[in-house]
Design a protein around this ligand. Structure first.
Ligand SMILES: Cc1cc2nc3c(=O)[nH]c(=O)nc-3n(C[C@H](O)[C@H](O)[C@H](O)COP(=O)(O)OP(=O)(O)OC[C@H]3O[C@@H](n4cnc5c(N)ncnc54)[C@H](O)[C@@H]3O)c2cc1C
Length: 473
């Protein structure tokens, strides 16, 4: 059941581990340039991908990271990469990411860390089977190989799965997982070879705008090492992204939440098995050597008011009372989990949005302020495709693909500032992450945020009809 926004739980942050001996990618942060064509804020996979695509297109872009590259959400991602989503634009965005993964090593000499162990989507219901059949057809149109499997065929590929627990599966052999720090290293190598610059330990402390022309425009950013003049800022700061519009008294509809997975002790039978998504149970398995990383999307996630600036290479303590629902479902599918121990837990911040789509494009309120954030737990897989579109959007004023579903302008001015509406609807986005996607699906939360002039009249009319019908029965 969805929890209302006034019951938001806030947990004390406790860092279970901090990484040490982190690799240094950057220029000296004390000597930032006075001017840049584009300033990207945030050195996660999204910022690095944006830098890569902009520099490939000849733009003099720089990336500012408050701490270290990958130190936000990216370093602890599960890194799952699937190529099929129930939307033609997203299938093309995923293909954009795959193209980058396939070409980076040849271009840069750095292995981007993609392991192609394939992916299995498990269907427990007839409705889900139909959704997978649609995905298979959509994939076929875009040249993505996949096939529907019976439970027996599935168990041959993944012997630890209980074939009595599901009715069919969709197998996509080209899926896999990505090592986030290897990918970011390769992206930065590619970007810096084309003139891109990276400054670590360089937080953006203020956004500078000029309203004098009648239209507010970006003119620069401030950092502890000085001001950088620019007409274009890209907000790629993940769970921290609200900070920058807030600096100029604006807001965006994005809500950070905790998302988690656990890593099991050794289960030798899982070696080389495909990754698994059991949508009906809302759980996923990422195969990591002879262990499984198990994650999921529960009904009662922990919503975060904000993520502190110094939360770098850090994790939250996992609340097992929330996570246990996933272990029950996962054990139904994979009985070996009854006896396998848990080696470690990973719980970090990720941003969610009211309609489960990222926030991209130029802010209609401030010329030159672009967003590429709010990835709803799909930032690794969408990174390459979205950053490619972002680069074109900045250079040509519009993306190549029809990206309106991702464009910040899809939110009305009142939606962009409505915190409780954002929190309620983003909560539903989290819960429905693995739901069957129906056309024109209406959210249960955030109702009556905006009503039409005839709402009351129509409401009374419908009520009257219901009462009459009930009386007749
Ligand atoms: C547990 C977990 C599992 C996940 N699994 C998957 C998965 O399997 N597949 C998938 O596709 N996605 C997955 N995701 C989601 C994915 O990891 C994220 O969407 C992605 O990493 C977000 O990248 P980012 O660059 O937007 O954000 P981040 O990596 O958080 O980068 C933002 C950066 O901005 C920096 N920053 C903040 N403030 C400032 C400032 N003032 N100045 C300069 N820099 C600043 C931060 O330090 C940070 O490094 C998972 C997420 C979680 C939490």
């Amino acid at each position: 059941m969805l929890r209302s926004s006034n019951l938001i739980r806030q947990y004390k942050i406790s860092c279970t581990r901090k990484l040490k001996n982190v690799r240094n990618y950057s220029n000296d942060a004390t000597s930032v340039p006075k001017q840049a064509d584009v300033v990207i804020i945030g050195g996660g996979v999204i910022g690095c991908s944006t830098l890569y695509h902009l520099t490939r297109k000849g733009v003099k872009a720089i990336l500012l990271e408050q701490a270290k590259i990958t130190s936000g959400t990216t370093w602890h991602t599960a890194g799952l990469f699937w190529r099929l989503r129930p939307n033609d634009v997203e299938v093309q965005l995923l293909r954009g990411t795959k193209n980058v993964l396939d070409s980076l090593e040849e271009e840069t000499g750095v292995n981007p860390g993609f392991i192609q162990n394939g992916g299995l989507f498990i269907a427990r219901t007839e409705e889900r089977v139909q959704e997978y059949q649609r995905l298979h057809t959509l994939g076929h149109f875009f040249g993505i190989e996949s096939q529907m499997l019976t439970p027996q065929e599935t168990v041959r590929l993944a012997p630890v799965l209980n074939g009595n627990n599901f009715t069919a599966a969709l197998y996509s052999p080209g899926d896999g997982c990505v090592d986030p720090s290897m990918l970011c290293s390769a992206l930065i190598k590619g970007a810096t070879a084309k003139g891109g610059k990276v400054y670590e330990n360089c937080p953006v402390t203020n956004i500078l705008t000029d309203p004098s022309s009648g239209v507010t425009k970006i003119v620069g950013v401030e950092t502890p090492s000085g001001t950088i003049n620019t007409k274009c800022v890209v907000n790629a700061a993940g769970a921290w992204s609200r900070k920058f519009p807030n600096m100029i008294s604006l807001d965006i509809p994005l809500s950070p939440m905790k998302h988690a997975y656990i890593v099991t002790e050794s289960i030798p039978e899982v070696k080389n098995m495909p990754n698994v998504r059991d949508h009906d149970a809302s759980v996923y398995f990422r195969i990591q050597g002879d262990a499984i990383c198990i994650g999921g999307y529960e009904n009662n996630p922990v919503l975060l008011k904000e993520v502190p600036s110094d939360f770098q290479f850090s994790l939250y303590e996992l609340d097992h009372s929330i996570f246990d629902v996933h272990m029950q479902k996962a054990t139904e599918l994979c009985p070996a989990l009854q006896t396998a121990g848990i080696k470690s837990t990973v719980c970090g911040p990720e941003s969610f949005t009211p309609d489960h789509k990222p926030i991209m494009g130029e802010d209609p309120r401030v010329g030159g302020l672009f967003y590429i954030c709010g990835f709803n737990s799909a930032g690794m897989m969408l990174s390459g495709g979205c950053a490619e579109q972002m680069a074109t959007w900045i250079i040509k004023g519009r993306p190549e693909l029809p990206m309106f579903a991702y464009d910040i302008r899809r939110f009305t001015p009142s939606m962009r500032n409505a915190r409780s509406w954002t929190i309620e609807t983003s909560h539903e986005s989290y819960v429905k992450n693995y739901s069957v996607v129906y056309p024109h699906d209406q959210f249960l939360s955030g109702r009556n945020f905006k009503i039409g002039p005839f709402h009351e009249v129509r409401f009374q009319y419908v009520n009257t009809i219901i009462i009459i019908s009930v009386k007749r029965i």
